[in-house]
Design a binder for this molecule. Structure first.
Ligand code: UD1
Length: 431
């Protein structure tokens, strides 16, 4: 079993380069099969979720060719099956993007029904509502969700709740529908905009992505393109919080600073100095006392739920009481008990964590409950006195490329180990 082991207490300093956005990449890969031409996607993050999505595409007959670690060529002309197996949905929920992509292109698709996941129950009623509004019949049974239509016809869709997944899935189906579709109360996340830009580069006609109302004029077919994935705002935010929690000074490069504004605002409130450049942000927390603040997760441009655990770690080291309110997913505080084992003082009441800052954490053995919470525990370990081991790091590897290498590049004493022998060797080395 692989673990991260680290010795905390060293302020992180230096430069870290951010990879392409996992969540954008997953949607782009699904959308790439919507043409019979070849599509080249660059700046793909080298993470597990991306590999699972590529395998799912190959499984239904698509051709996938890696040109290098971060560039892939996809050809969807040989798709032979319109059914995506539970094996993929179980590993990454985002394989349900293949539903919108296949339905748009072939007017028929079947995907294993996603269940709940580590962070909440995660219904897909809004995706279904959108497909139905476009004229598809949607059936759920035997663990599958099946959608088909004679033809998809543009329509007016109001999303009762802002949903990234539903917006993207509907966007893909609507791109190849007849006539005009309007999606109201659409998600505005950077990766929604990236998917719209990508589809437009394939010949789609989508306007308004990044606002509440997206207008799609359906086209008959899409063509090939070469496209580069946007930088990962959550990976960037994670390193920003790592700099803050360890009182370091880190230049986070290859980012779009605008996408990081909510995280930047909260770190400023916590007392960090932040300098924005065209494609980088520098977070400096050297010799400062971290201040408490209030955080509420909200759809973009609000504070991202995917940054909630990492920011909570920073606030758990601030002098005073902070609150973190989780308004998107109901089960996102599972890391709190693990953090308490490292000395944090946090209490969860309903969807609010009340955090009383402590001077320092103490190293412990903890387990990653999910992807982002796992990253947060690593940050805590890097800020803690002594040695911390983090178990279940397969969650972290789903979404962070070369996490430990990037952290080592900014001075962290961290290693990935897969035996007790290696763990003891690390402990001997650092003690
Ligand atoms: C995406 C991200 C995830 C992030 C989340 C919120 C990907 C692959 N994942 O997840 O990392 O945490 O956005 O920014 O991009 N909802 C419904 N019905 C639906 C769909 C959603 O009620 O049909 C609810 C959800 O339970 C949740 C809220 O809407 O409370 C937002 O979920 P959504 O934006 O859809 O999240 P995902 O797209 O699954």
């Amino acid at each position: 079993m692989e673990q991260y082991v680290m010795k905390g207490g060293t302020p992180l300093t230096g430069t870290v380069n951010i990879s392409g956005a996992k969540n954008a990449a997953l949607a782009l890969l699904a959308a790439a099969i919507m043409t019979d031409d070849t599509v080249t996607i660059e700046n793909l993050p080298d993470v597990r979720d991306v590999k699972v999505m590529l395998t799912a595409i190959e499984e239904i007959g698509g051709k996938v060719e890696y040109l290098d670690k971060h560039t892939v060529k996809i050809n969807g002309s040989s798709i032979s099956a319109l059914s995506v197996d539970y094996e993929y949905i179980k590993k990454i929920r985002a394989s349900y993007y293949l539903l919108g992509a296949l339905l748009g292109k072939y007017k028929k698709a079947e995907v294993a029904l996603p269940g709940g996941c580590a962070i909440g129950s995660r219904p897909i009623d809004l995706h279904i509502k959108g497909f139905k509004a476009l004229g598809a019949s949607v059936d759920i049974g035997y663990g599958l969700i099946s959608a088909q239509a004679q033809s998809l016809v543009g329509t007016h869709i109001y999303l009762d709740k802002v949903s990234v997944g539903a917006t993207i899935n509907i966007l893909m189906a609507a791109a190849l529908a007849e006539g005009k579709t309007t999606i109201e109360n659409a998600a505005k996340e950077p990766h929604v905009v990236d998917v719209a830009n990508f589809l437009n580069s394939m010949g789609a006609n989508i306007r308004g992505a990044g606002t509440d109302v997206i207008r799609v004029q359906g086209v008959e077919k899409l063509h090939g393109t070469v496209y580069s994935v946007i930088p990962d705002q959550i990976e960037a935010g994670t390193f920003m919080c790592a700099a803050a929690a360890t009182h370091g000074d880190v230049l986070v490069k290859n980012v779009i600073p605008k996408h990081l504004e909510a995280t930047t605002a909260k770190l400023l409130e916590a007392g960090c100095e932040i300098i924005e450049y065209d494609d980088a942000v520098r977070v400096c927390a050297k010799d400062i006392e971290l201040s408490p603040t209030q955080v509420t997760t909200l759809p973009y441009p609000g504070f991202p739920t995917d940054m909630q655990p990492q920011m909570a770690v920073v606030l758990a080291l601030a002098s005073g009481t902070s609150t973190v309110t989780e308004s998107i997913f109901e089960n996102r505080f599972k890391y709190v008990d693990e953090l308490a084992r490292m000395g944090a003082n946090m209490k969860v009441e309903s969807n609010i964590a009340i955090i009383t800052g402590v001077e320092h954490f103490t190293g412990a053995r903890v387990s990653a409950p999910d992807l982002r919470a796992g990253a947060a525990l690593v940050i805590a370990g890097l800020a803690a006195d002594g040695v911390t081991t983090v178990d279940d790091i397969h969650f972290i590897q789903r979404g962070y490329e070369d996490f430990e290498e990037k952290l080592r590049g900014i001075g962290a004493a961290i290693e990935k180990v897969d035996s007790d022998h290696d763990l003891q060797k690390f402990i001997l080395k650092v003690s």
